[in-house]
Design a protein around this ligand. Structure first.
Ligand code: IPM
Ligand code: MG
Length: 368
């Protein structure tokens, strides 16, 4: 029996609504399992800017650092378009990733059979899809310096972003991907732009050495990131684990998300290095704050509930409970319940809270 500290950061837009459904699942687990979760909630993103003038406070970062896991909803919205770039809502999330050194972002794209028709791709292309995108999360173009807009003498401006990777940053993310591949179908692809970028040349060289020296039991491939984007649309089932840098991973994971039917379906886990058998972790849906539907009880809570489900697996060693969460989601979809984003003919459209309630009810059935 263990007692865990869980920090919830609902954030902006639909974040608070979908997080309410996670709280319901946490309450359910507190009543059902030996372990108990101690839940605290803090602000991040635009809501933190409103309250504190910054997108995340030092106190919240400290709490996040101490928590056993963090679940984040979403940040951002047009309301904060005018704020300084340094304190925009997204900067809160990026600071948490960087300060906690959450370098490994796992983004599984699973197409539930019930949703194969909801994808914009043909059902036979996506049905049964189960890929894992491993995105490097604390380096590359997101954090490289210089990163600035300067004034030129001729009155123009000049914007610069810098893409930087070191050997060890590439090694550690490639190892995470390979370790996952060993537990899955033993196949890994590494995507970069070695034909254009120096970081791509280094990425390829390092990934290739790790593949050969440490993971010769795996089937490993290198692929150019643009070709990878095309192959994902053409025949996604050729991939299993796909490791790539921060910026390519951001784009390829949005692409993979649509194959699962909706961006509202995709969970993610951001993990740090293992220390004394534990690692820092933040779980969040891949989708954004969807300000257009915020507050209307229409958002799909599945990605956020599934993100919490990933925390049960990766942070709390509660794989049985994680299986129940995953199975409950699949069953509810099989039963024909759909939020607006995944609505199809003949199915029953439900609200955010109805979807959450249905998942909890299914969890009770599964554990009875
Ligand atoms: C994501 C998001 C973030 C990113 C934004 C909100 C900063 O798009 O997690 O994929 O670009 O990493
Ligand atoms: Mg993104």
């Amino acid at each position: 029996m263990a007692n865990y500290d869980l920090l919830l950061l609902p954030g902006d837009g639909i974040g608070p609504e979908v997080m309410t459904e996670v709280e319901g699942v946490v309450d359910w687990l507190n009543g059902q399992t030996q372990n108990s979760f101690n839940v605290e909630t803090e602000l991040v993103g635009g809501s933190a800017i409103e309250a504190h003038g910054v997108p995340v406070t030092n106190e919240t970062v400290e709490k996040a650092d101490k928590a056993d896991a963090i679940v984040l909803g979403a940040v951002g919205g047009p309301k904060w378009d005018g704020v300084d770039f340094e304190i925009r809502p997204e900067a809160g999330l990026l600071r948490l990733r960087k300060d906690l050194d959450l370098f490994a972002n796992l983004r599984p794209a699973i197409c539930y059979p019930a949703l194969a028709e909801a994808s914009s791709l043909k059902p036979e292309v996506v049905e049964g899809l189960d890929i894992m995108i491993v995105r490097e999360l604390t380096g590359g173009t997101y954090f490289g310096e210089p990163k600035e807009i300067t004034d030129l003498p001729d009155g123009q401006k000049r914007g610069v972003d810098t893409t930087v990777y070191t050997t060890s940053e590439i090694e550690r993310i490639v190892r995470v991907a390979c370790d996952l591949a060993r537990k899955r179908s033993k196949k890994v692809h590494s995507a970069e732009k070695r034909n254009v970028m120096s970081t791509g040349v280094l990425w390829h060289e390092v990934a290739d050495r790790i593949f050969r020296e440490e993971y010769s039991d795996l089937e490993s491939h290198h692929i150019l990131a643009d070709n990878c984007a095309m192959q994902l649309i053409r025949w996604p089932k050729q991939f299993d684990v796909l490791v790539t840098d921060n910026l390519f991973g951001d784009m390829l994971s949005d692409e993979a998300a649509m194959m699962t039917g909706s961006l509202g379906m995709l969970p993610s886990a951001s993990l740090g290095a293992e220390q004394a058998g534990k690692c820092k972790s933040l779980y969040e849906p891949v989708h954004g704050s969807a300000p257009d539907i915020a507050g209307t009880n229409q958002a799909n809570p599945i990605a956020t509930i599934a993100s919490f489900g990933m925390s049960l697996r990766y942070s709390f060693d509660m794989s049985e409970a994680a299986d129940i969460v995953d199975k409950a989601i699949a069953n509810v979809l099989d039963a024909g319940l759909r939020t607006a984003d995944i609505m199809q003919d003949g199915m029953k459209q439900v609200s955010t809270s109805e979807m959450g309630a249905a998942i909890k009810a299914e969890m009770s059935k599964l554990s009875a």
